[in-house]
Design a protein around this ligand. Sequence first.
Ligand SMILES: Cc1cc2nc3c(=O)[nH]c(=O)nc-3n(C[C@H](O)[C@H](O)[C@H](O)COP(=O)(O)OP(=O)(O)OC[C@H]3O[C@@H](n4cnc5c(N)ncnc54)[C@H](O)[C@@H]3O)c2cc1C
Length: 391
Amino acid sequence: MVGGKKVVVVGGGVAGAQTAKFLEDFASVTLLDPKEYFEVPFSMLRNIVEPEFAERALILHTEYLNKARLVIASAKSATDTEVVTNEGEKLRYDFLVIATGSTYQGPSKRSERLQYFQSENKKLKNASTILIIGGGPVGVELAAEIVVDFPEKKVILVHAGERLLEFLGPKASSKTLSWLKSKNVEVILKEKIDITNLSDSSTTYTTKTGRSITADTHFVAVGRKVGSSWIVDSVFKSLLDSDGRLKVDESLRLEGKTNVFAIGDISNTKEIKQGSVALKHAKLVSENIKKLVKNPSSKLATYKPMATPMAMVSLGRSLAVGQLPFGTILGRLPGMIKSKDLFVGHMRKALGVAERKDSLSGKGHALSSYRVYVVFAVLVASVAIIHHYTL
Ligand SMILES: Cc1cc2nc3c(=O)[nH]c(=O)nc-3n(C[C@H](O)[C@H](O)[C@H](O)COP(=O)(O)OP(=O)(O)OC[C@H]3O[C@@H](n4cnc5c(N)ncnc54)[C@H](O)[C@@H]3O)c2cc1C
């Protein structure tokens, strides 16, 4: 850790890990996270069908941080000068970066998280019929991973909404629905299953309208919560919006604050909440903190959300559905960008962590970021041409 101004980063996910990395040579950085590792969130479902994939996706914070101090605990509250952890430690700050995108319920040890994916894999392999509850990106990506790797298994997907992937446009939903149906996934829309009474031994499931579903096991793909419960006990409480996100100004500072920033999914910027966006926030805020340390009255860089939102949902190992500025595509091109490596190599590189030669999966190895950009450029050009000639 270097001397100088104290920066506390709360949350070691995509945004927080990258910010701590950017700033550790420049200030006295403390990263606060309830787990000892950074988990590439995009690979979560692949880790279930292929637990060895998680070896590269779970990166110890100490693998990429050289100087920053690491505190493995949760934030419990905060004042204008310090963050208080659930263990009672007080972390004083000159600058605070809040990056608690989603709550985390899992273990704090990497080895236990790897074990969790092994046991989820066992549960999956022992089942013939699998129920997935939730048709957002997590439920859809899991259904796709299962039908691609285990085509002999029957998958039933129950979703409360009128269409799958509601965070994307209707075209992405209908293309995804057709693809899942072509893989014999039974998709049940506008139905809810009460998840509060489910147990590992459940095999009969009843929807809110009384429909009965039989399956050997289930996976719950709903209920990712914004990580703002601790903020309710902090001086920033009044800055939470109705979705539990923090209100930020155009420099990603909390409204009315000069030294507190919110980045990634916890900020209320008007855009689809994504890892790619969280990385942009991390870069901008790190630069702004550097400027403020040098000169407190510096003009700060401002953030502009993308006018046309882009997003990709993987469908197994080689396909994806991509919502791009000029249209929605389901196929191999978006799949080449996302589905083979699920950006694990990209995140390792961003954090400066070398590849693990021992555990590179034969089924999905890293597509370098250079190749990602080349593929993306080809994709953009192809779609632009198709679009031009079909009008
Ligand atoms: C299956 C799946 C696929 C996805 N695919 C893509 C994709 O292809 N492209 C894309 O751009 N995005 C994708 N996303 C979205 C992306 O993962 C999120 O937008 C991104 O993780 C947000 O980053 P974040 O740092 O804001 O929050 P997170 O990554 O959720 O990190 C939050 C961190 O805060 C910590 N935390 C929570 N509460 C506390 C507390 N009280 N104290 C201390 N620490 C705390 C957590 O432990 C965690 O480390 C996907 C998400 C999922 C689930």
